[in-house]
Design a protein around this ligand. Structure first.
Ligand code: 5GP
Ligand code: ZN
Length: 137
């Protein structure tokens, strides 16, 4: 994809702090990390988001995210790790090339990942369950 910054980074046209690379993926340090060591797992092929990514590539990507999380725990002595993945502007996606955030967490750090809970009636839960389940058939 022309003019996609993550295509250029993944292919090595734009330099990055690369911590892992294979024929399908590059793992880099996020330029504006939530915590030190915040990584992005980026496929070399362009996919806009999780709805468009090839499922084999996705499977490989989540395994690389798992390895990255384990490496962060060891290397940085992280207490925990958040795996985040944003799809669409409303969900906070700012770079429209699929990527997985792997964020090391430390007890008492100032990273905020939150959502406000909503309440629904049992009827509303039942209705929404049917709607989504139907699409999964
Ligand atoms: P999103 O909001 O799309 O889920 O995440 C995009 C992430 O990419 C952000 O955390 C942002 O800091 C990071 N990012 C954007 N441009 C660059 C760049 O040129 N280099 C690196 N290493 N990270 C970038
Ligand atoms: Zn791209």
């Amino acid at each position: 994809m022309d003019n996609c910054i993550f295509c250029k980074i993944a292919e090595g046209e734009i330099p990055s702090n690369t911590i892992y690379e294979d024929e399908d993926f590059r793992v880099i340090l996020d330029i504006s990390p939530a915590n030190i060591g915040h990584c992005l797992v980026i496929p070399k092929k362009h996919f806009k988001d999780i709805t468009e990514i090839d499922s084999e590539i996705l499977s490989k990507g989540i395994k690389i995210a798992q390895k990255t999380a384990k490496a962060q725990k060891k290397a940085l002595n992280a207490d925990g790790v958040n795996i985040l993945q944003n799809n669409g502007e409303s969900a906070g996606q700012t770079v429209n090339h699929f990527h997985i955030h792997v964020i090391p967490r430390f007890k008492g750090d100032d990273v905020v990942i939150e959502f406000n809970s909503k309440e629904h009636s049992n009827e509303e839960f039942a209705e929404i369950k049917e709607k989504i389940a139907k699409e999964l058939q």
